[in-house]
Design a protein around this ligand. Structure first.
Ligand code: URA
Length: 447
């Protein structure tokens, strides 16, 4: 139990740019969760911290207090280093669905607690929810049982995991204090550290479809996340990846499951396969099943070629209540009845994609939520036929969109049309991964 402080004095201290002690931060978090201090007082603390900054000790105390506000899952009965991956969010980002079975099939336990879509970005939980019958709702004993049996579990956040983060996140959302790197990093890491992991791989995205718009912001976030991981004695590797266009060709919950099945069979799009093997390789390396990142990547590729990753995927789908016949034959899934094509008005090259707008168009089609109460249409989404650098003729199809909401088609067509810039010059190819960040610092990424 932390000491009882006067909340007004703590807000005043922070307002006057005096750093708070770990005990003081811990008091604010636990008193807020207990309902002993008011929303408006914590709002003032959040804004004062946002404006005057939190130092490393304060950020680490915030993470620690949110982490300990709930249960920390103990997976020590399962042999081996448990490793998870976290992505800061993007459009068409189905990498978790590909890498989780790969890594588990290579012998590294993956306890994965995922979230729902946020704004223009999709969420792993919604993608899994599009598999008929698949359930991510479970209590902790079931979570432990599944990971012990399959070295993999795919769950949603339970009420036991970092409840203070949930309460604080909701307050940040309505007080314009979400976009502050120490808050984002402590929020992400408090949940990840509670899962029972030993190590973590982070995919920190930048670009038009990411929350961090520049690679500099992404690097700052990655360094903060890695710093917290190291403080908690968890090996952490972050990759800075490009989200200036969607990952792969498919955007939308079931459509992304379909594309991830292609990847698990070695037939996926090049960017998706590359990123999946990179992140899976890093997880395998941190899990101690390879002695270098390169060998981790080679093992990841082997697990798709020999069919073990796909077989693991079918096992976990069946264990969590999903109908495996849809995984074996994805064409069984009936896509929405309204399909429309977006055609190019000129000949040239795709120069740029406003990926945020593409993500928001997918939400409008039914693939995401605008209100927390909205119900997702699992089949809604977009299938790109062209990506940056592709040649396109006038009248050729750029993409197909699927929806059950015919009334949104005109508006979404317009939105998608303005999201694609087509010009005469073929643009220079952009690297998919720019930097790697770990306990040795941040450096340009090269394989
Ligand atoms: N995701 C989180 O979990 N927390 C944040 O603060 C932002 C993104």
């Amino acid at each position: 139990m932390s000491t009882n402080y006067n909340i007004v004095s703590l807000i005043r201290k922070k307002r006057n740019k005096i750093h708070l002690t770990s005990d003081e931060i811990s008091f604010i978090v636990s008193a807020y969760l207990a309902g002993d201090i008011e929303d408006y007082q914590v709002s003032a603390f959040l804004m004062a911290s946002f404006l005057n900054g939190l130092n490393t000790e304060e950020s680490s105390a915030l993470t620690n207090s949110m982490l300990h506000s709930g249960q920390i899952v103990d997976l020590s009965h399962i042999p081996g280093k448990k490793v998870d991956k976290h992505s800061t969010g993007g459009v068409g980002d189905k990498l978790s669905l590909v890498l989780a079975p790969i890594v588990a099939s290579a012998g590294v336990p993956v306890p994965m607690i995922s979230g729902r879509g946020l704004g223009h970005t999709g969420g792993t939980l919604d993608k899994l929810g599009s598999i008929p019958g698949f359930s991510t709702d479970m209590d902790l004993p079931r979570y432990k049982e599944i990971i012990q049996k399959h070295l993999l579990v795919l769950a949603g956040q339970t009420a036991e995991i970092a409840p203070a983060d949930k309460k604080l996140y909701a307050l940040r959302d309505v007080t314009a204090t979400v976009e502050y790197i120490p808050f984002i990093a402590s929020s992400i890491m408090s949940k990840k550290l509670a899962e029972g992991i030993d190590a973590l791989v982070l995919d920190v995205k930048y670009g038009s479809g990411a929350f961090m718009k520049t690679s500099e912001q992404a690097i700052e976030l990655a360094e903060t996340l890695v710093g917290i991981g190291e403080q908690f004695d968890k090996k952490t590797i972050a990759f800075i990846t490009n989200m200036n266009q969607p990952t792969g060709y498919k955007i939308g919950n079931w459509l992304e499951v379909e594309e991830s099945i292609d990847c698990l069979k070695g037939k996926g799009p090049e960017d998706t396969a590359y990123l999946s093997h990179l992140l899976a390789g890093a997880m395998i390396y941190l899990g101690g099943k390879a002695d270098s990142l390169e060998n981790g990547i080679a093992l990841s590729k082997r697990q798709t070629q020999n069919g073990e990753a796909f077989s693991k995927w079918k096992d976990i789908v069946a264990e969590q209540g999903g109908d495996v016949s849809f995984i074996e034959d994805p064409n069984k899934f009936v896509l929405p009845s309204f399909v429309f094509e977006l055609k190019s008005s000129k000949t040239g090259f795709v120069q740029k994609i406003d990926t945020y707008s593409v993500g928001m168009a997918a939400v409008e089609l039914g693939a995401g939520r605008k209100l927390i109460t909205d119900v997702i249409d699992p089949g809604a989404g977009i299938v790109l036929e062209k990506k940056i650098g592709d040649k396109i003729e006038e009248g050729e199809t750029i993409l197909k969109a699927y929806t059950n909401k015919p009334t949104v088609i005109d508006e979404v067509t317009e939105q998608l049309f303005s999201a694609f810039s087509i010009g005469d010059e073929k643009p220079e190819a952009q690297p998919l991964v720019t930097h790697i960040c770990d306990s040795n610092g941040t450096r340009a990424f090269e394989l």
